[in-house]
Write a protein that binds this ligand. Structure first.
Ligand code: GDP
Ligand code: MG
Length: 175
């Protein structure tokens, strides 16, 4: 667990953020890249509910982002309400090389009423086998009033930024 203890006199902020999206889109690797700067090619399906806490500083305030990774329950409706409970942010992830993972985004959105939501098109390093254009990602996000970003957990592209945009949006809305 990465969370530091509260400093004397300081306020404490804890934001629960959930990762959502089909199996194998790269959720666990986005989290390990963000939290530990690690990438794992053979990451096995996550077992049990897992989260990691990452401390981020905004406007001089220490914010603990508690990021939850699905427990291999990616099948739609298999994610339990406990997973979403108390979440203030969400990254809804698809794989830019697999259209089916993009098509399922809207169903996930219906389940979510968090303060900040970002659609993430992961694996943007695989340009040569791209199946969903940047424009399609952008227009879905515009329709649904969400943030949008393409990332690569493999090459570390936009991973930090994606999480930070969500964290800042939560901060701006609830603090
Ligand atoms: P999850 O099931 O959504 O948690 O997906 P994982 O993080 O386990 O990743 C599934 C597979 O995609 C693994 O083989 C990863 O190595 C691979 N992967 C994840 N992110 C990327 C990425 O940004 N680029 C590429 N090329 N592969 C990735
Ligand atoms: Mg996983």
């Amino acid at each position: 667990m990465g969370g530091r203890e509260e400093e004397e006199g300081g306020e404490e902020y804890l934001f629960k953020i959930v990762l959502i999206g089909e199996s194998a889109v790269g959720k666990s690797n986005l989290l390990s890249r963000f939290a530990r700067n690690e990438f794992d090619n053979n990451s096995k399906a996550t077992i049990g509910v897992e989260f990691q806490t990452q401390v981020v500083e905004i406007d001089g305030k220490e914010i603990k982002a508690q990021i939850w990774d699905t427990a291999g329950q990616e099948r739609f409706r298999a994610v339990t309400s406990a997973y979403y409970r108390g979440a203030v942010g969400a990254l809804i992830v698809y794989d830019i090389t697999r259209r089916s993972s993009f098509d399922s985004i809207k169903r996930w959105l219906d389940e979510l009423s968090t303060v900040a939501r970002m659609v993430v098109g992961n694996k943007c390093d695989l340009e040569n086998i791209r199946d969903v254009s940047v424009e399609e990602g952008k227009s879905l996000a515009e329709e649904e009033d969400l943030f949008f970003m393409e990332t690569s957990a493999l090459e570390s592209t936009n991973v930090q930024t994606a999480f930070e945009v969500v964290i800042r949006e939560i901060y701006n809305n609830v603090c």
